[in-house]
Write a protein that binds this ligand. Sequence first.
Ligand code: URA
Length: 211
Amino acid sequence: MRVLVVDHPLVAHKLTVLRDKNTPSPVFRQLTEELVTLLAYEATREVRVEQVAIETPVTATTGTGLVKPTPLVVPILRAGLGMLEGMTRLLPTAEVGFLGMARNEETLEAITYAERLPDDLTGRQVYVLDPMLATGGTLIEAIRFLFDRGAADITCICLLAAPEGLAKLRAAHEGNNVHVVLASIDEGLNENAYIVPGLGDAGDRLYGVVD
Ligand code: URA
């Protein structure tokens, strides 16, 4: 498993505004999309391509095209949905599948409550969108699920991670073809498994509180 923290002043700036508790939902949503596009630029560095023949208005030449099967983007519901637009802006031909996962707030274990994905992911490059890598439970399960369906390699795009969650993810998927791209590794988790300093509940910040 490889981890990349994207070191760029615009990433740091947008993340700072996201962290601010006074940033309202519409701005939070807009900035999340912009930040994901910047992270996606790095995360797609190894997207599979091939040489293609084209004709410019001037001459014949060769260029670069994405190979089939096209990459699959999988936002983890609910908060990952806020990252989808920023990702597909960069990779508009990607297919999108959905995985609904939530953590049980008492046991902190991840449960899958919805799934809409191709049955066979053999050979597919998969990009998983989940803003907060906190305990790691959700991503560990999501990655297992996608490898079980045949995914070739999995890149997780997150806004933030806690070192504890990253360590658990590494222990679960060391040696697997997993790449994590994120904007920051924060200090740690508090007693409620929130990332500190973090940005709060990403789903609530994006979409408001739903009881
Ligand atoms: N999920 C969130 O939305 N925020 C955290 O800090 C941890 C998990």
